[in-house]
Design a protein around this ligand. Structure first.
Ligand SMILES: *[C@@H]1O[C@H](CO)[C@@H](O)[C@H](O)[C@H]1NC(C)=O
Length: 429
């Protein structure tokens, strides 16, 4: 008993310390920027003048959209087709050095997006927000991008030494007309994660999944294939021997069916010999049968060596002057709605925000969407001539089914097959 008590006495201050440090960790979670687009949002966001003089700047609509889980929860939505959009908000400058960086927002493409971005940017330093546009340098660009059948992906572009670097992994984005939460997490150990609706879709390292730095290792350019390196997979079986008399089989034989012509005159014509024909017994020069080479070493590959060009940067993940969040898009068809923008250092907090917003509204939003779709289909069939209505309904149905199938499988038929291999590998990890 005494021992047990003694133990528990020791354990108490320890668990207390753990509890305190956990509390501290939660308490120290920093929110650098959070925008739910409640009243007053317009004082925090600056609409850019970019493309205005060409009449190509699109208007934002402050709305919850045509369907939503909560009609009072508004966001900002692109409202004009074939337009550029640029808007940004400032927050107190910070560096993510020694911190986890979390960038999250929700996006809904109500318009059945066929070509257009749904991504956001983090910008650094001093930016003239009135002039914010496609050429304004940014630090991070993240979120879904859809164009035609081939581009349906999550962008994760990181700027390093003034160069924009695309992620090398293919991360498919959502393609339906409902809200989804996109989360980018960048950690001080140079690892990252991409989440959609709080589910991790991709994770890895800045070193391997972007070309920010030259590769750590390269093939040794000096290496040569050793002379005795055996690359032959098959060899002649040394055990196999030539059957006796094999070489005595002639290639051609006298035609047994040939007969000496009756009018052949040996004296005049010389001695008669039958013409020759190919010998059916003849099988060509003898070859030993092939067997697997026991000395086969596989295809030779140059060994990897440390790349002399590689210089590690322990601050590879650091953006020292983050200061703005922005949306800068080109949209062929408008209707993309952004909401619940968050820049934080705490993935747990971000997860909670996603659950409280998208998580509590998604079922109601889906129901509202289904309702809106039903109405739309009814309207459409009403406006069709009665004779055609049946056939048209059928077409609508199959269209909707096609969409569902796509969403369920989460596979883009145009995707590079290598990308799904990557996904498989990722799932196993
Ligand atoms: C804004 O969105 C609402 C809801 O979808 C819509 O009824 C309204 O027409 C939109 N306004 C503009 C200017 O696009």
């Amino acid at each position: 008993m005494a021992i047990v008590r003694g133990r528990s006495l020791i354990a108490t201050p320890l668990s207390l310390a753990i509890t305190i440090s956990l509390l501290l960790a939660v308490a120290s979670a920093a929110v650098f920027f959070e925008e739910r687009f409640d009243d007053g949002w317009e004082s925090r966001w600056v609409k850019s003048e970019w493309k205005k003089d060409e009449n190509m700047a699109g208007e934002w609509n402050y709305t919850s959209g045509k369907w939503s889980g909560d009609a009072n929860d508004k966001g900002i939505q692109t409202s004009e087709d074939y337009r550029f959009y640029a808007i940004s908000a400032e927050f107190p400058e910070f560096s993510n050095k020694d911190k986890t960086l979390v960038f999250q927002f929700s996006v809904k493409h109500e318009q059945k997006l066929d070509c257009g971005g749904g991504y956001m940017k983090l910008l650094s330093g001093e930016v003239d927000q009135k002039k914010f546009g496609g050429d304004t340098p940014y630090s991070v660009m993240f979120g879904p991008d859809i164009c035609g059948y081939t581009t349906k992906k999550v962008h994760a572009i990181l700027t390093y030494n003034d160069k924009n670097n695309l992620i090398k992994k293919d991360v498919p984005c959502e393609t339906d007309q409902l809200s989804h939460v996109y989360t980018f997490i960048l950690r001080p150990d140079a690892t990252y994660s991409i989440l959609i609706d709080n589910v991790e879709k991709q994770t890895g390292s800045l070193y391997s999944d972007w070309d920010l730095l030259p590769p750590k290792q390269i093939k040794d350019p000096e290496a040569k294939k050793p002379e005795d390196w055996d690359e032959k997979e098959f060899i002649a079986d040394p055990e196999d021997t030539k059957p006796e008399g094999y070489d005595d089989i002639p290639k051609e034989v006298a035609d047994p069916d040939a007969k000496k012509p009756e009018d052949w005159d040996d004296e005049e014509d010389g001695e008669w010999t039958a013409p020759t024909i190919p010998n059916p017994e003849y099988k060509g020069p003898w070859k030993a049968k092939k067997i697997k080479n026991p000395n086969y070493k596989g295809k030779w590959k140059a060994p990897l060596i440390d790349n002399p060009e590689f210089k590690d940067d322990p601050e590879l993940y650091v953006f020292p002057k983050l200061k703005y969040v922005g949306i800068e898009l080109w949209q062929v068809k408008s209707g993309t709605l952004f909401d619940n923008v968050l820049v934080s250092d705490d993935p747990e907090y971000a997860k909670k925000v996603a659950e409280e917003t998208w998580g509590t509204q998604k079922d109601a939003e889906k129901a509202a969407f289904d309702e809106a779709e039903k109405k739309r289909e009814e309207e459409e069939s009403k406006s069709e001539p009665a004779v055609d209505s049946d056939a048209d309904d059928g077409a609508e149905d199959s269209d909707v089914e096609g969409e569902d199938a796509e969403d369920d499988s989460k596979v883009d038929p145009n995707e590079d097959p290598a990308a799904s291999v990557d996904d498989d590998v990722h799932d196993e990890l």
